[in-house]
Design a protein around this ligand. Structure first.
Ligand code: NAP
Length: 336
């Protein structure tokens, strides 16, 4: 039977491509999304995606949103803000979502966690599998909140009939998800990750911004591939559980710099030590940068389980995803 799907946060970088995919999905009868700002699905030509304004901090709005839903997808999250500001939406708001989904008796709950839930620990295995505990990193509140929330989710759904799918994407990118580039630009404009290095380079004529490359590989996943994985979870393909999402291959900071027409300088020393310093400086500019830590500590996931059990077949590898992101960033003036 075609599904009725309720989505929190449908207007974000993951939400919009998911809405587009669900609009085309014959297994989906209708989709009702909710976020705070105005949004008009009909403007995109969508006929089975509907939208209402509401806040996940408001339990009444959630109860109304989930009424009659077969599946709840939880994407609403405050990625940017202070530890205190984000905590309210991310912890209390998400708890509200999970509790309302259980109270509504939905079949499935799909939650977008993150690679950050594992934490950026020097002792992580070289390739994280879903069997590694999601411990988070206290020093990065986004990571700490993601880990805490996964554990809250397990408690809230324990004993219920709801099947829970937790996807853990790496950095999401693609033409409609340019947050990565926006944050790189922001960090270069408002803060200087390696002042001494840049001062030296600044003596050269007409230097383009320089990104320090500590040799840390970075995984990317295309927003349309995330939508594919979420679609499989929504349909209940494969057993409930946690699923890592990462496209094939990796990119380096040097490749990111080259893609956006910037330069990079290979910085010496142990990547992790240098990276921790870099993360701190970037954190000062924008403490919530998930990728500040990603740039700093090699955190790579094995996405084999999603391929095997969800039948996930990502169409884009990391270099292709980066290329599409950079083209879009250029076309939309993000680099001007
Ligand atoms: N983007 C990535 O690289 C990435 C990687 C791994 C995991 N994730 C996770 O995936 C999820 C979705 O991320 P995203 O990139 O799509 O985020 P996003 O682009 O920042 O979008 C967030 C969405 O949540 C809504 N929202 C925020 N606060 C809300 C509230 N209090 N009540 C109702 N809606 C609210 C926003 O709309 P309004 O502001 O209008 O309310 C928007 O629709 C998050 O949990 C994120 O941590 C993202």
């Amino acid at each position: 039977m075609p599904l009725t799907v309720a989505v929190t946060g449908p207007t974000g970088e993951i939400g919009l491509p998911l809405m587009e995919a669900l609009e085309r999905d014959p297994g989906v009868e209708s989709v009702l999304g909710m976020a705070r700002r105005p949004f008009e699905p009909a403007a995109a030509g969508w006929e089975k995606v509907f939208y209402r304004r509401g806040d996940i901090l408001d339990r009444g709005s959630l109860a109304a949103l989930f009424d009659g839903a077969d599946v709840v997808v939880h994407l609403a999250f405050a990625i940017f803000g202070s530890r205190e500001q984000t905590r309210r939406v991310n912890l209390q708001g998400s708890r509200n979502v999970f509790e309302a989904a259980v109270a509504a008796g939905v079949k499935r709950l799909v939650y977008a966690s993150s690679v950050a839930a594992y934490g950026f620990h020097a002792g992580n295995p070289p390739l994280l599998t879903e069997g590694v505990p999601a411990r988070g990193s206290e020093s990065l509140y986004y990571s700490a909140q993601k880990a805490e929330l996964e554990s809250a989710l397990s408690e809230i759904v324990a004993g219920s009939e709801v099947d829970v799918y937790v996807v853990r994407p790496c950095v999401v990118a693609g033409p409609r998800a340019t947050m990565l580039v926006q944050q790189v630009v922001k960090s270069a404009r408002f803060g200087d990750p390696l002042p001494a290095l840049r001062r030296g380079l600044g003596r050269l004529p007409l230097v383009r911004p320089v990104l320090p490359d500590a040799g840390v590989p970075i995984q990317l996943v295309h927003h349309d591939d995330v939508a594919r994985a979420l679609g499989a979870a929504i349909a209940g393909v494969g057993p409930p559980g946690a699923y890592n999402l990462a496209g094939k291959g990796e990119v380096s900071v040097a490749e990111i710099a080259a893609a956006i027409g910037w330069r990079s300088v290979r910085v010496p020393g142990p990547a992790v030590g240098l990276g921790a310093g870099l993360a701190k400086r970037l954190s000062f500019v924008s403490p919530q940068l998930e990728w500040a830590a990603a740039f700093a500590t090699p955190v790579l996931m094995d996405a084999g389980k999603a391929r095997r059990e969800l039948g996930w077949d990502p169409h884009f590898d990391a270099p292709e995803t980066l290329l599409q992101t950079a083209i879009s960033a250029r076309e939309t003036g993000l680099l001007d």
